[in-house]
Design a protein around this ligand. Structure first.
Ligand code: PA5
Length: 445
């Protein structure tokens, strides 16, 4: 299971103060448990791991098998925000670092679109698509988000013109809301296989629905293991105890923010495979807590690379941050540093040592240096980076996020601020219905 260690905050925090925040977090836990807090119509994610049906998993696996039989080798997963980052983070975390370059491939490559409006990105993705055997997953809970809608229009037309409408219907899967939205209407009309995002699960909490599970399964990973790990976390984190890792994490980050004025949390990893776990986490915490002029700004670094760039700031710059280190106990591959007769690089003192040992020493050394530099440290550990542990970690972050946001006093499950840019963009694009806003915004330019 996921472990949380707050010892790296002890030099900065009085134990009695921490106890008082643990009690606040326990109250927030009760609110989440009783389902009587703000946004309580969006708590479907809490029991997703234990309640996901065998028939959904089977349906997902049958799409994967169908596409494998067709020889599909490129799946374009279209979506943004919560309809993108969960699948992206799991696929990146579980993939071989050089999967794209390796000759042998035992599953289709999953690439993402609809998470930006870059024309070059779409044109270059089309360059790839024409060389490959293509299928597409379009994911939008609302079915009306502009970025995925634009990308889907382009790839729908491409797939239909290349394979014909009948075959296209076997190569396009839609994941959307049960009843509302353009994407639902379209998939009914075109006969696409579709999956439902439950009404009571918000985008950023949807990785354990088909939103995350279909692209992950298609990419060749074991979604049963992922869900199993999440189920384990669901059971363990249900305990109303001070030592509950979600309580410890939520309590300490709120204390550091409220009492010590730390306004930035940096999620730190020591494996490139975790880069997108940080991106997913940033959305989860940023969108859930950043409202009502409150919240901790979630940032991330990828070490040891970023120790040679951001390390200077974290060690000696403005003291606005604390760090949460994602620690992985053991690597799944082994590389040992050999002795060298000439020893010109003077590395023989490391002969016989695993590279991961050096990585761990860099991690411990950095943690201590940053404590000395005034940056409190929380550590979150998993045993190794596999599907099961990752499932536990993702569920842990979701559950802790609910507790943390309630401790902070905000509704974790809405995102009213996301609308402001959309209104301006629609006005600038002269969308019908936005005539007044168009006039007003043009006057500002
Ligand atoms: O967490 C959220 O709710 C958002 O990030 C959404 O996932 C994102 O805006 C995409 O929305 P939709 O799936 O409706 O296209």
């Amino acid at each position: 299971m996921v472990k949380v260690d707050v010892k790296g905050c002890e030099p900065f925090v009085e134990q009695a103060k921490f106890e008082s925040y643990v009690n606040k977090a326990l109250e927030a836990f009760d609110t989440l448990d009783a389902e009587n807090g703000a946004g309580n119509d969006f708590l479907g994610w809490k029991h997703l791991p234990s309640e996901i049906s065998e028939s959904i998993i089977n349906d997902i696996e049958s799409i994967r098998n169908l596409w494998n039989r067709k020889g599909v080798d490129l799946v374009i997963a279209i979506g943004i925000g919560g309809s993108y980052l969960g699948a992206k983070c799991v696929i990146e975390a579980l993939s071989h670092n050089f999967a794209r370059q390796l000759k042998h491939k035992d599953a289709p490559e999953v690439v993402f679109a609809g998470n930006n409006l870059s024309e070059e990105y779409l044109a270059e993705l089309m360059d790839l698509a024409v060389e490959r055997n293509v299928a597409c997953i379009v994911i939008s809970k609302s079915g009306t988000t502009t970025e995925p809608a634009v990308a889907f229009r382009i790839f729908k037309q491409y797939i239909e013109s290349r394979y014909g409408k009948k075959e296209a219907a076997e190569r396009i899967v839609a994941i959307t809301d049960a009843s509302r939205g353009a994407l639902k209407t379209l998939s009914n009309q075109e006969g696409y296989k579709s999956f439902i995002v439950p009404d009571n699960v918000g985008g950023r909490f949807s990785v354990l629905t088909p939103v995350g599970l279909l692209p992950i399964a298609v990419a060749g990973f074991d979604i049963r293991e992922l869900v199993d790990g999440a189920k384990k976390a669901e059971r363990a984190l249900a305990a109303r105890e001070k030592s509950n890792p979600a309580i410890q994490y939520a309590a300490m980050r709120n204390l550091l923010h409220t009492e010590l004025g730390k306004s930035v949390e940096i999620l730190v990893n020591y494996s490139p495979k975790l880069t997108y776990v940080s991106e997913w986490w940033k959305q989860l915490y940023g969108e859930s807590e950043g409202k009502d002029s409150k919240g901790i700004f979630p940032a991330s670094v990828n070490n040891t690379a970023d120790l040679h760039s951001m390390g200077q700031f974290i060690q000696e710059g403005s003291r606005i941050m604390f760090e949460t280190v994602l620690h992985v106990d053991s690597a799944r591959r082994s590389v040992v540093i050999e002795s060298d007769e000439q020893n010109l690089d003077q590395l023989n003192y490391l002969s016989g040592k695993h590279v991961e040992h050096c990585n761990h020493m860099a991690e411990i050394g950095t943690r201590l240096a940053h404590i000395d530099g005034g940056v409190p440290q929380i550590t979150i550990s998993i045993d190794t980076l596999d599907a099961k542990r990752l499932g536990s970690l993702l569920y842990f972050f979701e559950f802790a996020c609910g507790i943390s946001a309630y401790t902070l006093g905000v509704n974790p499950f809405n995102q009213p601020g996301v609308e402001a840019y959309k209104k301006n963009m629609f006005a600038l694009l002269e969308k019908p219905g936005y005539e007044e806003a168009t006039e007003a915004i043009k006057a500002r330019l």
